[in-house]
Design a protein around this ligand. Structure first.
Ligand code: AN0
Ligand code: CP
Length: 319
């Protein structure tokens, strides 16, 4: 594996999840694989889980890790081509990416969308340039449109906690006060559609009208606008806010009635609730759920290590 930016970089999710669970049961089995290899971790945005789980995964494989918060600690980065750099930017991504490639064997990058210009965000220019110019394998730690390590960890969590052969998994839009990226729901939809294709689960998406995600990520999902109808009989529910894709980056709905609490879960099949975190309590998701056995959010965050470790292991094996 040389690239991990989407489920499209994975042939089949079933063996990938099995490999992650094997690593979880024996974390230090490949401690020599990363010897004398360096992982560069580049953040253009904040992070708790992604930062720590990726470092831990690399350490479990014997790699050394360099973390750079390039938005705060680096020279102001120019990402556009063809501009005279007579403003505030100091270093072009064309040089910066090449320089990272001199020091690192694998790069992992987080670069959120601006949520202003959809074409710019959905072209994934920053990722494209890091991939093109660094010359080393690249792992997405959340791009403008996808968060694949999160979805991989979500699928590991579903596999571990499922009580039926083919659980019903529901992605539901949740309220928020700020416009958030579509990366988490896009990636979750992409991964669950693939898992559905492989016969692992049934996948439903529910959101208020207007919050339709890009079709290329939701192909194969059942989309229902009535949340109660969607979550009825669900085994797993994934509440997550996102801003408009069609009315790009906009908040289109105040969210009344869309936040889940324990009472609302009564019509489910004892559903377990997932969330990528960070979550705003009693705005996006009821604190009664977060403080109950229905919540799997902490186990899910823990599984980020095994998702990252599986991807890094596959990349190290191909270096
Ligand atoms: C980000 C998002 O929704 O994409 C990161 C989630 C992992 N969340 C926030 O900005 C709150
Ligand atoms: N879920 C997730 O990616 O969390 P962080 O933004 O804290 O890394």
């Amino acid at each position: 594996m040389r690239l991990f930016t989407s489920v499209k970089d994975v042939t089949s999710v079933k063996p990938l999840v099995q490999e992650a669970l094997t690593l979880k049961s024996n974390p230090y089995a490949f401690q020599d694989l990363g010897k004398n290899k360096t992982l560069g971790v580049i953040f253009l945005n904040p992070s708790l889980r992604t930062r720590l789980s990726t470092q831990k995964a690399a350490a479990n494989l014997g790699m050394s890790v360099m973390v750079m918060n390039i938005d705060k600690e680096g020279w102001a980065l120019e990402t556009r081509d063809g501009v005279v750099m007579d403003g505030t930017t100091v270093e072009h991504i064309r040089e910066a990416a090449r320089v990272f490639g001199q020091y690192c064997d694998i790069l992992a990058i987080r670069a959120f969308p601006g949520l202003k210009n959809r074409d710019e965000d959905y072209n994934e220019e920053i990722f494209g340039k890091f991939i093109e110019f660094s010359g080393v394998p690249v792992v997405s730690l959340e791009s403008a449109t996808l968060h694949p390590l999160q979805s991989f960890a979500d699928l590991i969590t579903i596999e571990e906690h499922k009580k039926t052969q083919k659980p019903k998994v529901v992605l539901t839009w949740a309220p928020h006060v700020k416009p958030l990226p579509q990366s988490v729901p896009n990636a979750f939809a992409e991964w669950m559609c693939k898992a559905q294709q492989e016969g692992l689960l049934d996948f439903v998406i529910t959101h208020p009208e207007g919050y339709e995600l890009a079709k290329k990520f939701t192909e194969g999902a059942t989309i229902i606008h009535n949340q109660d109808e969607a979550i009825k009989g669900a085994d797993f529910i994934y509440p997550k806010n996102w801003s408009g894709y069609h009315d790009y980056g906009k908040i289109l709905h105040k969210g009344d009635g869309w936040m889940l609490n324990l009472e609302r879960l009564k019509i489910t099949n004892g559903a377990k609730v997932l969330h990528c975190l960070p979550v705003r309590r009693d705005l996006e998701l009821g604190s009664d759920i977060l403080d109950s056995d229905s919540s799997l959010v902490i186990e899910e965050a823990g599984n980020r290590v095994w998702a990252a470790q599986t991807v890094l292991k596959r990349m190290l094996e191909k270096l």
